[in-house]
Design a binder for this molecule. Structure first.
Ligand SMILES: Cc1ncc(COP(=O)(O)O)c(C=O)c1O
Length: 477
């Protein structure tokens, strides 16, 4: 007789092998048996040494000059991402503003490039507001959002007469009004609303429950506030146009109600960020199950992600059903993308420190950057390349890749198929330009340096933290 536990084990094995086969089939169908997304999704060049090149710079030259872990920012891609976003919408509608979401990647040099290219600043804290002002962004190109505005942050915003404060709760109203009175000006204000789709939790004021309307009624009574904006933000990594269309329709209907009931004319429609990028996919339930069962997570087809053109046609078409007419009186549409602009323009280089045999024909690799600098890898699929072995090798093996944090959860990638690795090889974590930098910490290690590359030239834009930096604020005795 077969024991219950043996039967369970057998059933589990059969189950795992069925899933494994299914993934293999899908992968074969999509990628002809390949395990990685192809480098041409990022227009990556590979030189004759089979090294990855970014903007004409061999990654091994960069790591020799600056060490690892190292962020590499592709300036041309950064600018192209911004221009592509702006133009996709601007070609269908004349009044478009793009406010880059500072929280997504607050490296000052990146922000400067984006401002030089035309971006406004979207900030959510006093620190970010300070940074925008410090970078020389004109106050009338700064939008202040978020549910956690302090009195001090509002004072900084109002004193500088920034373009727009999107309030997130009632308490902000009196504060803004009295600050504006003190400064003898009228502050433009919008309201972040909650629609039937997208994030709600701690954010915004509901349209359906009447809170948003109540906020506008109160704003209208204030002498030093001009209520003129509607703001929404639905999430991040979204890939569904209908979610945007639904939310935007509700906001446009609400703007009609504001006009009819309160005679408030909305001049700024801020539809937030959240646009997913083709080469990153939030983990699905299946991915999480596969990882828990130690099975490789399936790659996916990036071309399934809607393009910005797909978004713009549909969004602007909906918008112009409500607003059309002479250009002068049209409202302005604002977007606050973060990920869509910087994600694919930055990668993270880490070095292989050690390799050992693991279970079930796998190898264990330790690299010098883990969850301390790659937080999004806990909830999203990001591609990884062996940047010093870009050839399609016949000796590919399954690797479990871990960081340096001495904890089993310090996982970079489980069961990644890569060419045979050696110590000192460089791995590149792709799409490291969104939510990597702001989420990093120094768990036993300094935070990485960052370098921007353009036309074969490279320039350090953030120094590697040194040990003295880590303890600079500590009082030793
Ligand atoms: C208010 C607001 N705007 C813009 C963004 C940027 O989002 P994404 O990077 O997904 O475009 C965020 C991110 O959470 C946000 O909270």
């Amino acid at each position: 007789m077969v024991g219950i536990s043996t039967a369970r084990k057998l059933a589990k094995q059969v189950y795992l092998s069925i899933i494994h086969n299914k993934i293999e089939q899908e992968r074969k169908k999509l990628y002809d048996g390949k395990f990685n997304l192809l480098p041409n999704w990022w227009n990556l060049a590979v030189n004759e040494s089979q090294h990855m090149e970014v903007q004409g710079c061999d990654v091994s030259d960069l790591t020799a000059a600056y060490g690892t872990p190292l962020y590499v920012i592709d300036k041309q891609r950064l600018v192209a991402n911004y221009n592509n976003f702006y133009n996709s919408f601007h070609k269908h509608y004349p009044k478009i503003i793009i406010g880059y979401s500072y929280k997504t990647n607050p490296l000052p040099s990146i922000l400067s490039v984006l401002h030089d290219t035309g971006a406004y600043a979207e900030v959510i804290s006093e620190f970010e507001l300070w940074m925008a002002l410090k970078l020389g962004v004109p106050a009338n190109k700064i939008i202040f959002n978020g549910p956690s505005k302090t009195q001090q942050s509002l004072a900084l915003a109002v004193t500088n007469q920034i373009m727009m404060i999107n309030i997130d709760g009632f308490a902000e109203i009196d504060t803004i009004d009295s600050l504006a009175k003190k400064n003898r000006h009228t502050q433009q204000v919008g309201v972040r609303v909650v629609t039937s789709v997208g994030w709600s939790s701690q954010f915004g004021l509901g349209i359906k429950n009447g809170s948003a309307l109540e906020a506008f009624k109160r704003l209208k009574t204030k002498q030093h506030i001009k209520p003129c904006g509607l703001h929404l933000h639905l999430g991040t990594g979204l890939k569904n146009i209908d979610t945007y269309l639904q939310a935007i329709k509700e906001v446009l209907d609400f703007s009609k109600q504001l006009s009819e009931q309160l005679n408030i004319k909305i001049q700024y429609f801020d539809f937030g960020g959240g646009f997913g990028v083709p080469t990153v996919r939030p983990f699905t339930e299946t991915d999480t199950r596969l990882a828990a069962n130690q099975l490789p997570i399936a790659t996916f087809d990036p071309s399934q992600t809607p393009s910005l053109d797909d978004y713009s046609k549909k969004i602007i078409n909906l918008f112009t059903q409500y607003y059309s007419g002479d250009t002068e009186h049209l409202p302005t549409i604002i977007f606050e993308p973060g990920r869509a602009i910087t994600s694919s323009a930055q990668l993270l280089l880490v070095s292989v420190l050690a390799i050992k045999d693991g279970d079930n024909n796998t190898k264990t690799v330790i690299v010098d950057g883990g969850k301390n600098i790659t937080m999004p890898l806990a909830y999203e699929y990001h591609e990884i390349f062996a940047a010093t072995k870009m050839e399609q090798s016949n000796n590919a093996e399954f690797y479990n890749i871990y960081g340096p944090l001495c904890h089993p959860s310090d996982i970079i990638f489980l069961l990644k198929k890569l060419p045979e690795l050696e110590v000192n090889d460089i791995l590149a974590v792709m799409d490291a330009g969104a939510y990597f930098v702001p989420n990093q910490m120094n768990f036993s290690n300094p935070r990485p340096a960052a370098v921007i590359v353009d036309n074969g030239q490279h320039k350090l834009i953030r120094k590697r933290e040194n040990y003295a930096d880590i303890v600079a604020l500590d009082i030793w005795n």
